[in-house]
Ligand binder design. Structure first.
Ligand SMILES: Cc1cc2nc3c(=O)[nH]c(=O)nc-3n(C[C@H](O)[C@H](O)[C@H](O)COP(=O)(O)OP(=O)(O)OC[C@H]3O[C@@H](n4cnc5c(N)ncnc54)[C@H](O)[C@@H]3O)c2cc1C
Ligand code: SF4
Length: 458
């Protein structure tokens, strides 16, 4: 009976209302109970057999660590020993700009190649035995899987950002308890693993380090096919290779077809795909940086750095060991490294931080009217009337763009034209909404709240 109730909880609170974060934990912790099934709303777990008594223990862990039920960030952050507190970026030790000095690493990187520089150092110094990273399967285009490796070449090759909802935790039970692993994931993957490490420290001590990449928006599958259609290619099987961030920073979407035709679109142009394919999970989480990681890494957006064209990452350390590793790599001249102030780190991503800290709260409030929502233990207060109206407008655009008929129509337009038009609209929109959003972020008060999700951890 208990097993049935636990499964029911996952379905009624998360899967049925569309709150699944596609993390794959359901599959990763249970024994052939769930299977991830591809849908046009991302990969979703499906029950493939009746739950039995012996599933209770793993089902309890899934219910505890499912990011679709929300995460008590403030409470869990107390498990990290950090020097400074920030409710915008998560608690931290230091903030840095970093860039790999190795051309081999940096030229293929999403930003400064920091993630792979750290993974290589962790393996070489034997701090971990394996890195767990998302990689594209060699044979099938747009088919991604977890790669567990200690091979430096494989780590080097798994660069770039994959802007598609995809599971990462579906192979957790295959990891060996007597080995040490580092995971690279999105904020939701990292939050889920941190919950397991906090709740079941002995059982998950083999997962040694958690590296989070920043995640603003992610997309459902279909975005690349939509882009191809606008370029006269109707079959994904005609594609040989996809690079999401090709060439010098910030990089471009580059697609090579089997007939050696090259399609490419600047990073800021292919953002036009976002309103059509934005995934719901990135709209209902306040976590942009991966606040429960040991180190978080994003793009160091700033006009000065962007003009250099050389990739730079921004890093937030939350565990002392990563400050030590960064400094060691810097002394060895493997890494350019510079400390920055909180103000600078926030300014780099002010728009997206606001989108998460204020926007996600407003979106969740609206969804509450329809059914269960993820519960967090922090919320913004004093949100202006104007900001609420802006959110209504954003919601309207997304609901129109994600409609099937609108997608069919817009997929016929040339992507360079769409990208150009979108960039102009985005700039105009940003300049209109910036004063309200900036003022909101400057005045933002984030307060602690109590709810039943937090109580599960007390
Ligand atoms: C969906 C998504 C949204 C993002 N949004 C933002 C944003 O709004 N602002 C920002 O500053 N940065 C964002 N990032 C992070 C940014 O694109 C870079 O990943 C980050 O700067 C690290 O760059 P790097 O050069 O150090 O990484 P690299 O050295 O190039 O290594 C990249 C690592 O990321 C892993 N990876 C790639 N895609 C995924 C994925 N989908 N899930 C899990 N692991 C993955 C790879 O396996 C690899 O280990 C986003 C990334 C993704 C995937
Ligand atoms: S968010 Fe993860 S754990 Fe929760 S239902 Fe979805 S796949 Fe399962």
């Amino acid at each position: 009976m208990e097993q049935k109730n636990l499964v029911k909880k996952i379905f009624t609170e998360v899967i049925n209302p569309g709150n699944c974060f596609h993390c794959g934990l359901c599959v990763g912790l249970s024994k052939n109970l769930f299977k991830m099934v591809d849908t046009n709303k991302g990969p979703i777990p499906k029950l493939i057999r009746k739950p039995l008594k012996r599933d209770i223990s793993s089902l309890k862990k899934i219910v505890h660590a499912c990011p679709g039920r929300g995460v008590p960030y403030d409470h869990l952050s107390q498990n990290l020993t950090t020097l400074k507190k920030s409710k915008l970026l998560g608690n931290y030790n230091y903030l840095y700009i970093a860039s790999a000095n190795s051309n081999l690493i940096r030229e293929n990187a999403s930003s400064g190649g920091l993630v792979r520089s750290l993974l290589i150092e962790l393996i070489r110094s034997k701090k971990v035995d394996y890195a767990c990273i998302l990689d594209e399967s060699k044979k099938t285009i747009l088919n991604f899987d977890l790669l567990v490796t200690r091979n430096i070449n494989e780590i080097l090759n798994a660069s770039q950002s994959i802007y598609q909802t995809t599971p990462l935790l579906h192979k957790l039970k295959n990891l060996k308890k007597n080995k040490k692993y580092v995971f690279v994931g999105l904020p939701e993957h990292v939050a889920s693993l941190r919950i397991l490490k906090v709740k079941y420290p002995k059982e998950f001590s083999h997962i040694k380090f958690l590296i989070s990449i920043y995640s603003g928006t992610n997309m459902y599958p279909g975005a690349i096919e939509f882009y191809l259609k606008g370029n006269g290619i109707n079959n994904i099987n005609d594609v040989k290779k996809i690079h999401w961030r090709y060439g010098e920073w910030p990089g471009m979407l580059r697609i090579k077809t089997k007939k050696n035709k090259i399609l490419s679109l600047k990073k800021f142009y292919y953002n036009y795909l976002i309103p059509f394919f934005i995934s719901k999970n990135c709209l209902i989480t306040p976590d942009f940086t991966g606040e429960l990681s040991d180190i978080s890494i994003g793009d160091a957006w700033s006009p000065q750095l962007e003009n250099k064209g050389h990739g730079y990452s921004v890093a937030i350390t939350r565990s002392k060991i990563f400050d030590q590793i960064l400094n060691k790599l810097n002394v060895r001249n493997d890494l350019y490294l510079k400390k920055i102030h909180l103000k600078n780190a926030v300014r780099m991503h002010a728009h997206m931080i606001e989108f998460k800290k204020v926007g996600s709260y407003l979106r969740i409030e609206k969804l509450k009217e329809k059914g269960p929502v993820p519960l967090y233990d922090l919320e913004p207060s004093n949100i202006s009337w104007m900001r609420k109206k802006i959110e209504l407008f954003i919601g309207l655009i997304i609901s129109i763009a994600s409609n099937k008929k609108a997608k069919n129509l817009f997929s016929l337009f040339n992507s360079n034209l769409m990208g150009f038009v979108f960039k102009i609209i985005r700039q105009i929109w940003k300049s209109i909404s910036k004063p309200t959003k900036r003022k909101g972020l400057d005045n933002i008060r984030i307060i602690k709240i109590k709810n039943k999700r937090l109580k599960e951890f007390l």
